[in-house]
Design a protein around this ligand. Sequence first.
Ligand SMILES: O=C(O)CCC(=O)C(=O)O
Ligand SMILES: [Fe+2]
Length: 132
Amino acid sequence: MGAVVGEPPMAVPDPLERHVLNVLHQEGDTHGAHTDDYPYALVFFLEAPHAPADGGLLEYVPGADSLADLDTGRAHRAHHRAGDAYLLRSDTTAHRVTPLTRPGVRRTVLNFAYTTRSAAPRMTQSARELYT
Ligand SMILES: O=C(O)CCC(=O)C(=O)O
Ligand SMILES: [Fe+2]
């Protein structure tokens, strides 16, 4: 990670954000548009919909001006399989997960948050609103 990021990653101090388990398991389940408080998210897929048509796609806009950029042609989409992982610049990339499109489909990820020595501290209430 340090080679990709350009400096050593550090686990974030806030235990609520450091390790997050996200489970989407019902038709229509989604993860809404947001940016993270910390600069890097390392996301591991434990379960993922088999086909892109089943939903659970990551949509993202690097260097977004606003979350509304996700509804424009600037948005990228990525399908992942169980066992995949991705590293996201998550504080400046608007991102969300598209809704599961049918019953019986599951998408489970572990999200590990990292910061770096040079990153500006930035705290919002959103993780608290979601997870407490
Ligand atoms: O489930 C994903 O791929 C993204 C999760 C995410 O953005 C988050 O937990 O902040
Ligand atoms: Fe996120």
